[in-house]
Ligand binder design. Structure first.
Ligand SMILES: [Zn+2]
Length: 58
């Protein structure tokens, strides 16, 4: 079975790098790690479906 997926695009709050992660289309939040500095973030879908909101992991 193929799960529909979409791209969660988010900006690292530490270094500003744009990261992208493929998530199932029903997902509204996920966690990811910056590919540049390695900072863990909680990422939530934003107003625009492609650009997600990110905040540092506690
Ligand atoms: Zn970063």
């Amino acid at each position: 079975m193929t799960v529909p997926a979409r791209t969660a695009e988010w900006n690292c709050t530490r270094c500003g790098t744009t990261n992208r992660k493929l998530v199932p289309s029903a997902t509204t939040r996920t966690s990811d790690r910056c590919t540049h500095c390695g900072a863990g973030h909680q990422v939530e879908v934003g107003v625009r479906p492609v650009r997600w909101n990110a905040r540092l992991d506690d």
